[in-house]
Design a protein around this ligand. Sequence first.
Ligand code: SAH
Length: 372
Amino acid sequence: MDRRTILSWLRQNDPRRLNELWTVADETRRREVGDQVHLRGLIEFSNYCARQCAYCGLQAPHVGVERYRLTKSEILTCVQQIVDLGYGTVVLQSGEDPGTKREWLADVIRNIKSNTPLAVTLSAGERCDDDFAAWREAGADRYLLRFETSNLELFQRIHPPLTGTGKSCAGSETEHPRVAILRRLRKMGYEVGSGVMIGIPGQTFEDLADDIELFGSLELDMIGCGPFIPHPATPLGARSDSPACAHSAPTRDQRPDDQVPADELMTYKVIALARLVCPRANIPATTALATLNRSEGRTLGLQRGANVVMPNVTPARYRAAYDIYPDKACVVETAEACRERLAVQLAALGRTVGCGRGDSRSHALRTQALRG
Ligand code: SAH
């Protein structure tokens, strides 16, 4: 798919034409990854964060969040619940928490790998290669790190570098730091996932087309995309008349009709196009999408290219504190209720709950090819 086609789909708003996009994305999904929907149990194990991301409610300066870090035994209890629910993967996600020590997490991973059949996915932000290598060695299978936007200038504006903590782990200053990390994770043997937020203030249609092309050139194994949802305690979510907003307003000359809307329709377009540029990738219908449309967001995502859902299994008392954006869907639902509801919804779509780990087909084929 060439760039002009991607751009014209992103700007397309005729429902009949868009039906063609949904159809081809859904057919590609069925042909390449089948009708199974893989469920990944998500544990948000820490909401401490050292960063100052202008979009995220967990950013260090946000003092209104009650910070928590799960203990090993709390994590392992959630992991057992994931096994009992029949899910094949645990996703361990957190803020960028310097309190998550390399050996501590390696030990958690080893424990999961030696006691369960689960695949382990990590999503703990930007860390040093030594950490990534130790966690891979301990048995971690996959790493998720969204590059958020491929526009480096916009990325740096909304994701300032760490200050005052010594050595940077990011590498060269001309390449997008998260893209550089993704390449290194791939070399270490991880299945690699990334993605973007849709409708970041200052993000243009051209930027988003670049993002989608980058999914293809990185040959991502997993692609997670959701709408940007403003958090009022962050610079990007502050009201335009508040002083915090002055730091975040787009600085480039940008025509108003260049701004990507942070809406549901645009999210479906990106999911569908992601399916077309990475046909075998595992693509979730994200919680942020479900937050915009609680009744149908997930199911429409699954009908327009997605094949994964990541139900939240974080203990109920911590969930509200993992406050990356407001009014997050599924904060109060128990893991069991979510499992029941998904089974009914998937059956109505003619889809089935995935069996086993739901590994990436693209990763499996790439590894086979390397082995010759
Ligand atoms: N600390 C980890 C995990 C962050 S939370 C990391 O940085 O990779 C996972 C994702 O939530 C982020 O990558 C980002 O894309 C998304 N997110 C954060 N704030 C958001 C917001 N306000 N609206 C929508 N998505 C958001």
